[in-house]
Design a protein around this ligand. Sequence first.
Ligand code: NDP
Length: 329
Amino acid sequence: SKAWTLRQHFQGFPKASDFHLREETLPQPKNGQVLLEAVFLSVDPYMRPYSQTMMKEGDVMIGSQVAKVIQSYNPSFPVGCHVVSDCGWRSHWVCDGAELTPVLPDWPQDIPLSLALGAIGMPGLTALYGLEEVCEIKKGETLLVNAAAGAVGSVVGQIAKIKGCRVVGCAGTDTKVSYLKELGFDQVFNYKTATSLEESLREAAPHGYDCYFENVGGKFSSVVMPQMREYGRIAVCGSISMYNDTTPQTGPYVHTYMIFKQLRMEGFLCARWKNKHQQSLRRLMAWMTEGKLRCNEHITIGFNNMPAAFMGMLQGDNTGKAVVKVCLT
Ligand code: NDP
């Protein structure tokens, strides 16, 4: 079995030499345990800040995967079934069922299992909770989402459309902009080529934004705040523009807008609504089978390419969810 470890803490943007591929010998599974083989591995932005604060050098990189049970001494997880496991960047793992989530039991044949790491998994749930629980979005409202062509952002915009909202999205390439238009976003622009972020935001929604689904943070937030409408809600989901900073940014300087516009800004973690996960995954799957929710995937082939896939995602290579197809044989 193989595992990717953090050789050394990242200094700024991660480098290939910060990772180490190690061979592992796993114990034989015992009663109640299963042996897993990775099928798809997820690469997600949170791994960057998490590694800095929660991991020691030499630890296996954190992460989720869709795995197949290849040996089983646990009747709840028979050989051949697929599960979502949080065992990190590993090709194989021995564990008991307590750490595993089966993929939805009636998973349709024509829906790729990798979506259990994307739209029908943690990123999809994050989109749903951010909109419903944090933004409390209502029909007819205008929503802004950034990193809009990514795993979370693309689902955010589509759910908001399902709910009858006007959706503005921005992303870092023209290909992503076209993709978002295909998904039904009302206004989309490329934040990298826009001459003025402030002007592009104003043109896209001259009356301002009721809800802002924040994935990017930093300067972006400071520019959006003045364009929020009274009683606007800001779901602080992520701040990817700051994850590789070596010196912390200050700001945003937004107090007066927060007060006079009576805004509500709330950070959240998807796991807060754990007790709703199963029913929420069913709702996401229903939208998908009805054709209301679409999800592009950016698939990198090969377990050995995990670091490249992770770094690629951080620099915006992915349109849709970034995953690695393991292909061990
Ligand atoms: P994505 O699939 O959106 O991939 C990351 C994207 O971020 C890139 O494709 C890139 O797209 C964009 N990006 C990278 N650097 C910058 C930058 N400096 N400025 C603006 N955009 C940038 O990732 P996810 O959908 O998985 O995650 C999106 C956000 O949600 C992240 O901030 C993540 O940490 C957060 N998150 C939070 C969760 C929670 O529970 N709170 C759970 C899951 C995710 P582009 O080409 O557009 O620049």
